[in-house]
Design a protein around this ligand. Structure first.
Ligand SMILES: NC(=O)c1ccc[n+]([C@@H]2O[C@H](COP(=O)([O-])OP(=O)(O)OC[C@H]3O[C@@H](n4cnc5c(N)ncnc54)[C@H](O)[C@@H]3O)[C@@H](O)[C@H]2O)c1
Length: 127
């Protein structure tokens, strides 16, 4: 895929880590970027650094919020070409050890964010 100013990319988890590195690269290649994250403070830092980036707060595990976020992105840019699902959590306590029982509540949370968050964005970005 050729990355240029014609491309509109939505990056989830774009305020930190791998997502932020992706946002930085896309901006340097002049793509139009929508940065989505749950962390308002980190999102504000992105907005301050890159005023041209559309920054939206969204919990990827809440389907109706994902739908509204994709709709806002498309309304703003008029189109959406690519999606980078980088929002995610890692809960080390979910792993079963000889000393702890499996933390199924943490496991549910991880699946809601990492799996369903990704699926929701794929669902609404595809239509
Ligand atoms: N960094 C690595 O080397 C690596 C390797 C393998 C897998 N991963 C996985 O990839 C994902 C991203 O890794 P990272 O290092 O960039 O993590 P990170 O913690 O640096 O960044 C994750 C971003 O996702 C956001 N986020 C978390 N939950 C969210 C939610 N419900 N809605 C919206 N945004 C949310 C956070 O606010 C944060 O900005 C994680 O799931 C991680 O476990 C990372």
């Amino acid at each position: 895929m050729k990355i240029s100013e014609k491309l509109v990319v939505l990056v989830t988890g774009g305020a930190m880590g791998l997502g932020l590195a992706t946002v930085e690269l896309l901006v340097s290649l002049r793509a139009r970027v929508c940065c989505v994250d749950l962390d308002e403070k980190a999102l504000q830092t992105v907005a301050d650094r890159f005023p041209e980036v559309m920054c939206l707060k969204c919990d990827v595990s809440v389907e109706k919020d994902v739908k509204a976020t994709v709709e806002r992105c498309v309304a703003h840019f008029g189109e959406l070409h690519a999606l980078v699902n980088s929002a995610g959590i890692n809960i080390p306590s979910m792993f079963l050890t000889s000393k702890t029982a499996l933390d199924t509540k943490a496991l549910h949370k991880m699946f809601e964010v990492n799996l369903f968050g990704t699926l929701y964005f794929c669902k609404y970005a595809a239509v």
